[in-house]
Design a protein around this ligand. Structure first.
Ligand code: KG4
Ligand code: ZN
Length: 354
């Protein structure tokens, strides 16, 4: 089965061709980082405009690199949400148009489901059930993944997502957007124990996250030093901040595994590209007998391969999405009930486990 995946939920326009849910024939990603960087964050209106410019060439490149044409496709998978609705609509409308003109079935995919299934794009694959941590710019959530389409949320952030905290701390330190990769690089020259930034545990065995207190603490540290004209070592701030995030993410995902008696953990989302997080989780997993899976770096950040993959499993369950379905800004897996950003019913393709 040949699937074209399309992703446009935030600031990456991406398209990928996947054969039989296993073989990635192409994976094209057009990043808008340079467009948004001067503003220190994603500007929704600019994102939509760029997606509109990029969607056609990106899809064309993905098909060309895979050596296939639209007529060879068996299905289209497109990110339906969560994300910026104006950005999502570009990919969704494009997929709908191909579907309508070519008569190819399409399925709307939840971006978070794409992330948490992304370890299946690698050779070494997790076994069900597994615990997944999705840590990205928009989400920090822990899930119990029963199978490819049965996904149970166990915890989520009460305020900022982990990636958002990296980006905001980057801004406080005057670093380039997005903060995550820059902080990660600078932290290599810093001392992670230099500054005792707080860890928000939110009670014993809580699987929820909170990163806004940590972000405020970094802001206070920086402002206090600036006010007193005292120099501070940016790499130490980066390393100490990163250590606080990594420690909380690792402990909570391993707590989830312990509480549910599960010995497999998968890491996904843009923050999963963080070298320190990958190393600490591997170490702690080895110590506690937990097998850790994580996608390669380019499959951690936003891509359409993971969307094609999730779509493959939806099609395997005979799910398709109707042409009058809307994009949504909040994920129904995390926020059951009426969808924001559209009046259409929740997509039939993702079931939260009972
Ligand atoms: O999954 P993603 O590409 O987009 C969303 O779905 O949000 O994640 C982007 C986020 C950004 O906040 C970025 O700063 C963060 O992932 N990120 C990192 C690293 N690479 C990307 N955070 C920490 N360390 C990194 N190496
Ligand atoms: Zn993402």
């Amino acid at each position: 089965m040949l699937i074209l995946g399309i992703e446009s939920s935030c600031d990456e326009t991406a398209a990928a061709v996947l054969r039989d849910g296993r073989t990635l024939l192409s994976n094209v990603i057009n990043s808008q980082v340079a467009v948004h960087s001067p503003y220190g964050g994603v500007v929704p209106e600019l994102a939509s405009r760029k997606h509109l410019e990029n969607i056609y060439p990106v899809v064309e490149a993905a098909l060309a690199q895979a050596g296939v044409g639209l007529d060879d496709l068996d299905g289209l998978a497109v990110t339906q949400g969560p994300g910026l609705v104006g950005a999502l609509l570009i990919g969704l409308s494009f997929a709908k148009a191909i579907s309508a003109v070519k008569g190819i079935p399409y399925v709307g995919v939840d971006h978070i489901v794409g992330h948490l299934l992304s370890p299946f794009l690698e050779q070494d694959q997790p076994e069900f059930p597994y615990i997944a941590l999705v840590a990205s710019g928009g989400h920090s959530s822990i899930f119990l993944v029963h199978d490819h389409t049965t996904i149970q949320p166990l915890g989520r952030t009460r305020d900022d997502a982990a990636g958002e905290a990296f980006d905001k701390v980057g801004k406080i330190l005057g670093l380039e957007y997005p903060g995550g990769p820059v902080i990660s690089r600078l932290a290599e020259q810093g001392n992670p124990a230099a500054i005792p930034f707080p860890r928000a545990w939110l009670g014993q065995d809580s699987l929820d996250f909170s990163f806004s207190g940590l972000k405020t603490s970094v802001a206070n540290y920086v402002h206090q030093h600036q006010q007193k004209n005292e120099p501070f070592h940016i790499p130490d701030v980066c390393a100490s901040f990163q250590e606080a995030v990594v420690e909380v993410l690792c402990e909570k995902v391993l707590t989830a595994a312990r509480m549910h008696g599960i010995s497999t953990v998968a890491l996904a989302g843009g923050v999963a590209a963080n070298a320190r997080l990958r190393a600490v989780l591997q170490d702690l997993g080895a110590q506690r007998g937990i097998k850790i899976f994580m996608p390669s770096l380019e499959l951690c950040t936003d891509n359409a391969a993971m969307i094609a993959l999730a779509g493959f499993y939806h099609f395997a369950e005979k799910a398709t999405t109707s042409l009058d379905t809307d994009a949504y800004s909040r994920s129904p897996i995390l926020h059951p009930g009426p969808l924001s950003g559209g009046d259409s019913p929740a997509p039939p393709t993702v079931r939260a486990a009972p």
